[in-house]
Design a protein around this ligand. Structure first.
Ligand code: NAG
Length: 161
């Protein structure tokens, strides 16, 4: 009897458990980097909010505004946002508004990759960052630019690890 019950529970769990990446990311989608094999959970939000509001929403959903650690992920998120109907730009998690010194990711991960536009970062434009979807002639894709944290509304992308 006990054996039967345990077996039934195991079968039930295996039968309903989604594939590994989906269960890790929950409501988020999964991106697996083809070079490093590292998976990132991401969520594209097409409604518009300020950087601060967007970060709060990402936190409520269990993540943060997107932290980006290599060119593959940067290009992937740019293309995925464009494919989701975001044509101009979206907030990412880089800011120097919270930690006192220098730019840092809102999820506290290491800043080991950047894709700043020409003359950026420039805090005269604000203390938060967005990723531009449109390419500038002769420059790399998905460049990052400064923006105001409070009064510049854009769609946004959350990530969680
Ligand atoms: C950069 O930081 C991220 C997040 O901590 C880490 O996963 C990744 O391996 C790092 N990349 C390099 C090239 O050090």
């Amino acid at each position: 009897m006990r054996f039967f019950i345990v077996t039934s529970i195991l079968v039930g769990l295996c039968g309903t458990a989604p594939a590994q990446p989906a269960s890790t990311c929950g409501d988020f989608s999964t991106y697996t980097n083809p070079q490093s094999g590292k998976s990132t959970c991401y969520l594209i939000e097409t409604s518009w909010a300020s950087w601060n509001e967007a970060e709060a929403d990402c936190v409520q959903r269990g993540g943060h505004l997107a932290s980006i650690h290599d060119d593959n992920l940067n290009s992937f998120l740019r293309n995925a946002a464009r494919d989701a109907g975001i044509y101009d730009s979206f907030h990412i998690g880089l800011t120097d508004a919270r930690f006192g010194s220098g730019f840092a990711w809102s999820d506290d991960s290491v800043l080991n990759y950047s894709n700043f536009g020409p003359g950026i970062p420039n805090i005269n434009y604000g203390h938060c960052m967005y990723l531009q979807i449109q390419n500038l002639p002769g420059l790399s894709s998905g460049l990052w630019f400064n923006e105001q944290c409070d009064d510049y509304n854009l769609p946004y992308v959350c990530t969680k690890n």
